[in-house]
Design a protein around this ligand. Structure first.
Ligand code: CTP
Ligand code: CA
Length: 225
């Protein structure tokens, strides 16, 4: 019913959304991840579909049902996620980067489980930085030619406005959405700070699906004519 009555502000758009954490393998049984639940990205996928878009969701490891009518691709690591998003962004008109991409991955994942050697010695892990998936897509030809509208997210523990403004510039995206903390991970409610060229506006605390619907409307208003 909601779908029937929602204004189709994204009709004709192909929306690509990343959601959830990534998982960076250390060995076949261990890895590094973060506390993203994926709820916000999944809610945006649902809201974008209600608004008439063709929606593809690239999801890290989360246990959430796929919203009806949404195409889903499951990925694990940041490198997997980057590969999928790179390909899919060639056909998308909007990219919303809601995933909590791990900033680092172990420099090498061993293909055998690391065993204790009995001496009490602990393994030393070396890390390398993961690619900035959003910044790369936001600087691609399609984005620069205004055929792909990119939206970033930011999770900050302090000074949200300043960090979100700086991050928007650094990533080269027209719209950056700050999670107004504390503790949005895994919660059903959130509040968002929308930072664009004009300044900042707040979407007050509400269930994630309600916020996702408002965000979709805000994105639709900002699309190039
Ligand atoms: N992002 C990404 N690839 C990365 C890291 C982040 O695409 N390797 C995206 C996220 O999906 C989000 C935005 O960039 O849309 C900001 O992520 P965030 O973690 O807040 O920023 P970072 O650039 O990683 O900086 P930091 O974590 O140090 O604040
Ligand atoms: Ca980060």
């Amino acid at each position: 019913l909601v779908r029937f009555f929602t204004p189709k502000v994204l009709a004709g758009q192909h929306v690509l959304i990343s959601a959830g954490p990534t998982f960076e393998a250390i060995d076949p049984v261990r890895g590094l991840t973060n506390l993203s639940s994926g709820k916000m990205g999944f809610a945006i996928a649902r809201a974008a579909h209600e608004a008439g878009a063709h929606v593809t969701l690239v999801a890290g490891p989360v246990s959430l049902p796929t919203p009806r009518g949404v195409g889903r691709i499951n990925v694990k690591s940041a490198l997997n996620m980057q590969k999928s998003l790179h390909v899919l962004s060639q056909n998308a008109t909007i990219f919303i980067s809601a995933a909590a991409v791990a900033d680092w991955r172990p420099a090498e994942a061993t293909d055998q489980k690391i065993k204790k050697d009995g001496s009490g010695a602990v393994p030393t892990l070396a890390f390398v930085e993961n690619p900035d998936i959003l910044a790369d897509i936001a600087s691609s030809p399609r984005a620069r030619e205004h055929k792909l509208y990119c939206v970033g997210f930011a999770a900050e523990s302090h000074d949200l406005l300043a960090h979100a403004q700086a991050k928007r510039e650094r990533k080269g995206v027209p719209l950056l959405v700050g999670n107004i903390g504390p503790d949005t991970f895994g919660q059903d409610d959130n509040a968002l700070l929308l930072v664009d060229e004009q300044g900042a506006t707040e979407l007050p605390r509400a269930p994630k699906l309600a916020l996702a619907r408002q965000l979709v409307a805000e994105i639709a208003r900002r699309l190039p004519a």
